[in-house]
Design a protein around this ligand. Structure first.
Ligand code: SAM
Ligand code: SF4
Length: 323
C-alpha cells in the first residue's frame, strides 16, 4: 500500500502520454507560439509501462490516461492493452477532447478500456469553436456517440466560463440526461497559460444556474474524488469539481506522471522528480525509490487560492501535467 507523508493512501495514478493537443482551449493552451518538448524526450510506452507495473505492484488500482490530447499518441490501444493484460482489475480510464474518438473507440474498448471522460463545453458550433479555437463540435459529438455505441462508460466534463458558455449549463445537462451519462462541471482554474480575460464561474454560481431549473439535493463526495455529487428533483445525478474550496485535499489519493517522466505529487506544485533515468535503464528499484520520495513530499493542500496572484501559481500547465 502506498501512504504519503500525511497518512493518505495513494492508489490513483494519472498518466499524461503527450503534452501536445489538436485543440487550443482558451482556458488551457491559447494559440501562441509553443516550444513542445522534443519527441525524443517523451517516454516510450514500454518505459511508461515499467513504472506503471511498479505502481500497480505497490498498490495503485486506478489509472487515468490523459494529456494534452492522449488520442494523438499512436497506438494508444496497444498501451491500454499492456496495462489491462497486466492487471485486468485496474480501473482504467482516459480523459479526451473526443475529436479522434470516432475512429478509435472500438479499438480502445477491445484493448480493455472501461471508461472515458470527454470534454464538452458547448453544444453551439460557434461557441465550441471559440473555446477550442477550432471547428470541433461535430466530430466531438460523433466521438461521444461512438463511445456509447461500443459500450464504453462516458462522463462529460464542462468548464463554465462567464460570457462564453455560461448559458449552456442546463443544455449540457439535458444532453447528458438524454443519454444517461453524468456531467461534471469543473470550476475554471486560473493559470498562467490561459487567455487573460477569461473568468470562470464559481461552484456556487454554477449551482445557482441549475437551481433556476431544478431543485437539487447535495449527495456528497464520491470517495476520494474531487467531484461533489448532487441530484436534481427528477433524479438526475451530476457532479461539481470546485478546487477553490480545497476540501478534497485531505482525502487526496492521486499522483501524476508526465509524458517526459516527471512524477508530480499535486496538480499545482512545481516540485517533481523524474523516473526517466530509472525506467530507461529498466531499474525497477530506482523507479520505486522515486515513487516513495514523491509520496513523502506530497503537499497537504493544493495551492488554489482565488486571492493568490497568478505569478504565485505553478508555471506548469495542465496540458503538461495531465489535467
Ligand atoms: N485533452 C483532454 C481533454 O480536454 O479532455 C485531456 C486533457 S485536459 C488538460 C483534462 C481536463 O482538464 C479537461 O476536462 C479540461 O476541460 C480540463 N481543464 C483544462 N484546463 C482547465 C482549467 N484552466 N480549468 C479547469 N479545467 C481545465
Ligand atoms: Fe487540449 Fe484538453 Fe487542453 Fe483543450 S483542455 S487544449 S483539449 S489538453
Amino acid at each position: 500500500m502506498l501512504i504519503d507523508g500525511h497518512g493518505r493512501v495513494v492508489n490513483y495514478l494519472r498518466v499524461s502520454v503527450t503534452e501536445r493537443c489538436n485543440f487550443r482551449c482558451q482556458y488551457c493552451m491559447p494559440e501562441k507560439p509553443f516550444s513542445w518538448t522534443p519527441k525524443e524526450k517523451l517516454l516510450s510506452f514500454k518505459e511508461l509501462f515499467l513504472f506503471i507495473k511498479v505502481a500497480i505492484d505497490e498498490g495503485v488500482n486506478k489509472i487515468r490516461i490523459t494529456g494534452g490530447e492522449p488520442l494523438l499518441r499512436d497506438d494508444l490501444d496497444r498501451f491500454i492493452s499492456m496495462i489491462h493484460n497486466y492487471s485486468s482489475d485496474i480501473d482504467l480510464a482516459i480523459t479526451t477532447n473526443g475529436y479522434l474518438l470516432d475512429t478509435v473507440a472500438e479499438r480502445l474498448k477491445r484493448a480493455g478500456l472501461k471508461r472515458l471522460n470527454i470534454s464538452l463545453d458547448s453544444l453551439k458550433p460557434e461557441v465550441a469553436h471559440k473555446i477550442a479555437q477550432k471547428d470541433v463540435l461535430d466530430r466531438v459529438l460523433k466521438g461521444i456517440d461512438m463511445a456509447l455505441e461500443v459500450g464504453l462508460g462516458v462522463k462529460i466534463n464542462m468548464v463554465p466560463l462567464k460570457g462564453i458558455n455560461d448559458g449552456e449549463i442546463i443544455d449540457i445537462m439535458e444532453y447528458c440526461k438524454a443519454r444517461d451519462i453524468k456531467v461534471r462541471y469543473i470550476e475554471y482554474m486560473e493559470n498562467r497559460h490561459a487567455v487573460d480575460s477569461l473568468k470562470g464561474m464559481h461552484g456556487k454560481e454554477i449551482l445557482a444556474k441549475i437551481k433556476e431549473s431544478y431543485r437539487i439535493n447535495a449527495l456528497g463526495r464520491e470517495g476520494a474524488s474531487p467531484s461533489f455529487n448532487y441530484r436534481t428533483d427528477d433524479g438526475y445525478e451530476f457532479g461539481l469539481i470546485d478546487p477553490h474550496k480545497h476540501d478534497f485535499c485531505e482525502s487526496c489519493n492521486r499522483i501524476r506522471l508526465t509524458a517526459e517522466g516527471f512524477l508530480i505529487p499535486c496538480l499545482y506544485f512545481d516540485e517533481a522528480q523524474s523516473i526517466a533515468k530509472a525506467v530507461k535503464s529498466g531499474d525497477i528499484d530506482g523507479a520505486s525509490e522515486v515513487l516513495r520520495a514523491v509520496l513523502r513530499d506530497k503537499p497537504k493542500e493544493n495551492r488554489w487560492r482565488v486571492d493568490e496572484s497568478i505569478d504565485d501559481i505553478s508555471a506548469r500547465a495542465f496540458y503538461e501535467t495531465g489535467g
